[in-house]
Design a protein around this ligand. Sequence first.
Ligand code: ME8
Length: 639
Amino acid sequence: MAAKTKKPTFYITTPIYYASGALHIGHCYTTVACDAIARFKRMDGFDVYYLTGTDEHGQKVQQAAEQKGMTPQAFVDGLAERIQKLWQRMDISNDGFIRTTDKAHEKAIADIFTKLYEKGDIYKSEYSGKYCAPCESFWTSSQLVDGKCPDCGREVQDTKEECYFFRLSKYADRVRKLLTETDFLQPDSRVREMVNNFIDKGLTDLAVTRTSFDWGIKVPFDPKHVIYVWIDALPNYITALGYGADGEKYKKYWPCDLHVMAKEIVRFHAIVWPAILMALDLPLPKRVYGHGWIMFGGDKMSKSKGNVVDPFILTDRYGVDALRYYLLSSMPFGDDSNYTSELLLSAINNDLVNDLGNLVRRTLAMSKQYFDGEVVKPQADERDAEYKSAIDALAEKVRADMDKPELNKALEKIFDVIGRSNKYIDANKPWELKKTGDTVRLNAVIYNLLEGIRVCANMLLPFLTKYPTRIFDGLGIAEPNDFKAAKYGAVKQFKTTEIEPILNRLDIKKELAELEAIANQAEEKEQTKAEEQELISIDDFFKSELRVVDIEACEKVEKAKKLLKLTVFDGERRRTIVSGIAMAYAPEELVGKKAALVANLKPAKLCGIVSEGMLLCSVGEDGIPRLVMPTGKAGDKIC
Ligand code: ME8
């Protein structure tokens, strides 16, 4: 017996998205595009591994969690679940989902860090730059706006911080060659951006740890340092396959065939990631593709209007196929393009309802009416040669576009055959053949149309997840798993039935008004929520138990620049309090002073210390909290 030939592998990835807020259709764009490529490759005979996931560490995530009054872990757990629900909704066929808080990932990152350190490619030094205390952010001089923090506009201070660096400069020549002498990075415009903006300017070593926050993977041999986002995030593409843990998947699927992301993070994928892999002596990915951005109409788009582009709302109203089709068809893959509701609604009406929907509806209706759904393969006829060859050529053309990948062009080719099919109906006028009783020709015309529809539905399977399946039901044949039958004449006989359309023609004006109403409702809801959050009742206020306390001892918290650890006496007992007041006081200044304590707060852990309450502060224009110092004696009530 001949040995079964092993399928070639194909490994494709999206970026791992920050678990700091809800995802929008921009994230759907990358994920749906990779899904279409993954589905195409599976049908084309490849053993595919499609990976997506979430980037869950770092200061931004920690801050977002704090704002919600949650622990970072509970916060990212909720978001990771919501993100996976979104991918289920979008019919994403990912094989793996990595979270950077997965224990296996955390261990692998700590090992990678140690390995690079032992090799000398990570070293400890000092980072000097500008520091914005309220934002806890470091900036280089060139990042400042008018000499001030680009995020909050406040004064920055010169600062030095001990941190670890990755020796990116050592790999500059090899990375340059990779970008300029191979097809590693696409499209070409991205290569020019990388070379002009980064490589030609000289690659400097990259700071890869921070000590200003602690939500992240600690440097195993120096745990006051937290491994900073990129060195934690980029290796997800190998840790997800079990790299470093004897992963079978790693052996099978690495090197990656295609990393896809938008242009703003191409620098990390096309420069930093290959350099890390070079330092680890691992094979490089075969291709990195940096697509363009979906723009939301520039400044005019208000935050609340962002709700209109909430993928859950759009798919509730129009279905998954409509959103998938819009994302994949209307954006040239490498370029930026604008999202508007009008464009989405016209794509639905023009392409899915008019062109495809009408073709399927008319053809199945005629098949039923003229032949009770039974249509057989006819003799070849010269008159149909052009239409048949368009059907025959389709799979190859789509394959060529998918390889680039130019997904919108692939869809264009399919819709070109759909357009030709509609024209073929108009040119052959089946209703006249019926009238003149030319049943042989009538059968041939309907058969050819059914074949056109079948091959188009076959080629649409990677892009749309609902409509093609329904079309195969209508055609009375099993949905294919591959493209082997995507040729004219593969079916000898049809037994068709009529099907419900998946989408009906939309009244664009009405839909726009309704989408606007949804946006306004969302805006009102947000506002009411904010107002409700702002106004509290007197009963709410009296829930807080405020007391005068004596500060008996105070010291710095080693890992946190902003925190002080205080021992206070509340009239009954001593408590430990961690407070963010270190920017305003030296510890010794506070001993003997009085403060106002919120005494009935649930204890919270800050930098590993349990804080049993909170001290009231005033925050001035400089953003620095200073203690409210009451009079009275320890234990007095404040109201
Ligand atoms: O950058 N148009 O995560 P992120 C097109 N965690 N694509 C868009 C888009 C838009 N308007 N908005 C988002 C991160 N995307 C890091 C990645 S990878 C090792 C770490 C997509 O949540 C696009 O793929 O900010 C973009 O690159 C990505 O979401 C950024 O996601």
